[in-house]
Ligand binder design. Structure first.
Ligand SMILES: Nc1ncnc2c1ncn2[C@@H]1O[C@H](COP(=O)(O)OP(=O)(O)OP(=O)(O)O)[C@@H](O)[C@H]1O
Ligand SMILES: [Mg+2]
Length: 502
């Protein structure tokens, strides 16, 4: 197996009247890590999807391993040795890693001789620089392990150029280091070439050789990573010097609790402990940050608060009223939840941006009374306002929301959840996958909601984000709140409680 190079030559891709890629050229040298940067909606995913045969470019060509390539469907890319690791996982959760690998092969026989396949897998694994358990169901693996399994699958399929589209956006910093270190070692060994899409400039500096920057569908620059500073790259990405909005918490938190969770317990799953929370109390005009390493119960907490999971015991109260996370209660008490992975958990992908923008309110009048017919005019106006106010980049309000770039889906859902009066705002990892400008923007909006009087529960795996935004910090470990720290507390100290050495 030997790494291959690839080149895009004058590629133009349109969606209707919208030009997503405008005469884009890119050269990726064999045996290198090539970072692809750009703001949300710049065209990064579109470009690699053209290379992978998921999109068909109107103009331009691809040169793979020195030869002009005709890629019109994903199988063509596969045959040329090009594979993609997606941001969301593609392995079948209930099957084991071994089953996933074998089933992914295009030449898998109809009746599988497992002893033959096992031997083949064992030989393959022996040559790999890292190990993961083969005989456990994929859904029992932590996110970092799953990401490694995805990469393993591509290597098993003998891919020689891997495209990684935001591979670390759902990983913890430690997991990211591990996965990228592994990728780097495979590249250094000459096994693969890698194109990596990321918003994290630190990852570019640490793991990439070359970098290319897209802005609004055009290739605007790039070169050797060593020759470009973070400021250079940001300026290339947004076309101007970036002056982040100043985020300032104004006014002290109120005295009476707005959101109060007590003695909350859930059943565990996959051998992980369930929730066991004594108390989480959030006041008006307060951001309480929940810090923790992923997989320590954050998702379960969010699901209970969002009404997707039952607690076996405990109480939730909003302004002293019992709360069961039903839709009518959430509406009446002005509780909003921004879920993780909004495209999966926060909207209906095939419905338009406009319909998704009104998902919470289409069956209500403005005074909250029920209505029977859709008010298309209002829905349309609302969508237009949100698109303008949140800078959502979309061809129109009528395209399915799934057609938006990852960061723009995030903005659209945030716009919907912050629309109107909000008393309690529960948000998880709000900046996953967002570009620098959007991160600053969205953090400013969360603080603005707080300054406006909302009680905000911010669940985040990004400790810097927690420290920047929170009035108070709680550390979650093994489903419990194990530590409380004031705003601006030392990161090392919080970190030690996150991993249990506090
Ligand atoms: N199938 C489609 N139909 C219509 N428009 C699309 C489609 N796919 C992408 N687009 C548009 O093309 C533009 C580029 O999207 P793309 O997904 O390539 O952005 P990106 O650079 O990957 O952004 P992000 O960092 O948010 O993932 C966006 O404005 C998006 O709305
Ligand atoms: Mg993308």
């Amino acid at each position: 197996m030997k790494a291959i190079g690839v080149e895009a030559v004058n590629v133009t891709k349109r969606f209707g009247a919208f030009t997503a890629l405008d005469d884009v050229s890119l050269k990726v040298r064999p045996g290198t890590v090539h970072a692809l940067l750009g703001e949300n909606g710049a065209g990064k995913s579109t470009l690699v999807k053209c290379l992978l045969g998921y999109n068909l470019a109107e103009v331009g060509s691809f040169i793979v391993d020195g030869r002009e390539a005709h890629i019109t469907q994903p199988q063509d890319a596969g045959r040329l040795g090009i594979g993609m690791v997606y941001q969301h996982f593609t392995l079948v959760p209930s099957m084991t890693v071994a089953e996933n690998l074998v089933m992914a092969r295009p030449d898998v026989p109809r009746v599988i001789n497992w002893s033959v396949e096992r031997a083949r897998l064992a030989t393959f694994m022996a040559g790999m620089p890292f190990k993961i358990p083969l005989d456990v169901p994929v859904d029992s693996l932590a996110a970092g392990e799953r990401q490694k399994a995805e990469i393993l699958k591509q290597l098993y399929l003998e891919r020689r150029l891997l495209v990684l589209d935001e591979p670390t956006s759902t990983l913890t910093p430690q997991e990211s280091q591990e996965v990228l270190g592994l990728v780097r070692s495979l590249v250094q060994a000459g096994t693969i070439t890698v194109i990596i899409i990321t918003h994290k400039l630190k990852e570019v500096a640490a793991f990439a050789d070359d970098v290319s920057v897209l802005r609004r569908g055009k290739m605007v620059g790039g070169g050797a990573v060593a020759a470009l500073s973070a400021t250079d790259l940001t300026t290339l990405m947004i076309g101007e010097k970036h002056a982040p909005a100043i985020i300032e918490r104004l006014g002290a938190p109120g005295a009476t609790p707005r959101l109060a969770v007590h003695n909350l317990a859930t059943l565990g799953d996959h051998g992980r402990p369930g929730l066991n929370i004594d108390a989480i109390v959030v006041h008006p005009r307060e951001i309480v940050g929940i810090a923790g390493v992923s997989g320590n119960g954050q998702t379960a907490l969010l699901e209970v608060l969002g009404g997707q999971r039952f607690a076996t015991s405990g109480t939730i109260a909003i302004a002293d009223k019992p709360y069961h996370a039903r839709r009518d209660e959430a509406f009446a008490l002005k509780v909003r939840v921004l879920p993780e992975e909004p495209l999966r958990n926060g909207c209906v992908p095939s419905m338009s941006v406009e319909d998704n923008a009104s998902l919470r309110r289409f069956d209500r009048n403005d005074d909250g009374s029920p209505r029977r017919w859709l008010d298309r005019k209002r829905m349309s106006a609302r969508a237009k306002t949100m698109i303008a106010a949140y800078g959502i980049r979309t061809p129109s309000k009528d395209v399915p929301i799934a057609a938006l770039s990852g960061g723009n889906v995030q903005r659209a859902i945030l716009a919907r959840e912050l629309d109107g009066a909000v008393d309690v705002f529960i948000v998880a990892n709000p900046c996953f996958g967002l570009d620098v400008k959007a991160v600053a923007d969205i953090r400013a909006r969360i603080v603005a909601a707080r300054n406006g009087g909302a009680a905000v529960l911010l669940i985040s795996e990004d400790l810097d984000e927690i420290r920047e935004l929170s009035d108070r910090i709680l550390v979650m470990r093994d489903g419990a709140i194990v530590f409380e720290a004031p705003a601006g507390a030392d990161a090392q100290m919080i970190g030690s409680h996150m991993v249990g050495h506090g």
